[in-house]
Design a protein around this ligand. Structure first.
Ligand SMILES: Cc1cc2nc3c(=O)[nH]c(=O)nc-3n(C[C@H](O)[C@H](O)[C@H](O)COP(=O)(O)OP(=O)(O)OC[C@H]3O[C@@H](n4cnc5c(N)ncnc54)[C@H](O)[C@@H]3O)c2cc1C
Length: 262
């Protein structure tokens, strides 16, 4: 196989209604919700940064879910559509029939507000993952950079990394109490950065840490997920340093000042 060959996988889109089984406040700004129910059967997620569309109750408190149509998702015409947002499948246990999603409690917005009040027995819609980007496993080092919204993907990636892999994780959080224990068989250097009240858009902690990260002899893959302007800036910084495009995946996970409706 070629050096550093990533794989793109496509999956049929399946829309599910899932039930809340358990809710646990992991840290001040992170609510863990365990989902299950008969429709979880067949769920599959192949890459740690996969995402699903989650659908939340509309203004009337109802789930008005779309169906896949020839022009994409089609919502029922006679109901206010359920707001949808992107979330990471943090951990899936097919044998137990459980899917964990970790929600950042950032305040505003249907997803964050739903997560803050989530309770066993409630339902929500889930679509996908529609595709997976499986990063090549033959890099000499993996550099994972992200804010709290990226922590589910980073945590999952570290858990799934094989022994012998070298990784550095640069993680920015609202405050020190939001740190989580992250487990890995890989050789991992985790560095935490806390904003302590500074708005995420004004912070340059990740940018600075990434810029200061010493290069290594071999090849590094860079995965970045944060507020979209910041993710773009970090990608540009790597581009300017001559890092090949295929060695970078930088994604805006949220947009300052805009809701994420699409
Ligand atoms: C591929 C992918 C995977 C993701 N995985 C996760 C995940 O596992 N867990 C998770 O919590 N999030 C995740 N996100 C981010 C999440 O989709 C967004 O934060 C989303 O905007 C939250 O929706 P909302 O309804 O709470 O707020 P919205 O209605 O979208 O936004 C309302 C307001 O809140 C602001 N806002 C949105 N998110 C944040 C934030 N994190 N911090 C501060 N202000 C914010 C917006 O700028 C806006 O002003 C992921 C995003 C992507 C693209």
């Amino acid at each position: 196989m070629a050096l550093h060959a990533h794989q793109r996988l496509r999956h049929d889109v399946v829309l599910r209604t899932l039930e809340v089984l358990r809710v646990e406040r992991l840290t001040p700004h992170m609510q863990r919700v365990t989902l299950g129910g008969p429709e979880l059967r067949g769920f599959h997620s192949a890459a740690p940064d996969d995402h699903m569309k989650l659908f939340f109750p509309n203004g009337a408190g109802e789930l008005a879910l779309p169906t896949p149509g020839p022009n994409g998702l089609e919502f029922p015409a006679d109901h206010e559509p359920s707001p949808m947002r992107d979330y990471t499948p943090r951990r899936h246990d097919a044998a137990c029939g459980e899917l964990i999603v970790d929600f950042v409690l950032h305040g505003d917005g249907p997803a964050s507000e739903w997560a803050a009040q989530a309770a066993p027995g409630q339902r929500l819609g889930a679509g996908g993952p529609r595709g997976s980007f499986v990063v090549a496993g033959d890099f000499d080092r993996y550099v994972l950079v992200g804010d709290e919204t990226a922590l589910p993907a980073i945590g999952r990636w570290l858990e799934e990394m094989p022994a012998g892999t070298q990784a550095v994780a640069l993680i920015e959080l609202p405050e020190a109490a939001d740190r989580q224990p992250l487990h890995s068989r890989a050789d991992v250097d985790i560095r935490w950065f806390e904003r302590n009240g500074e708005p995420a858009v004004d912070s340059h902690r990740l940018e600075h840490a990434l810029h200061e990260l010493p290069a290594i002899e071999g090849d590094s893959f860079y995965w970045i997920a944060a507020e979209s302007g910041r993710a773009r800036t970090m990608r540009q910084g790597l581009d300017q340093r001559g890092v090949p495009k295929d060695w970078i995946k930088a994604t805006g996970y949220w947009k300052a000042g805009a809701d994420d409706e699409d």
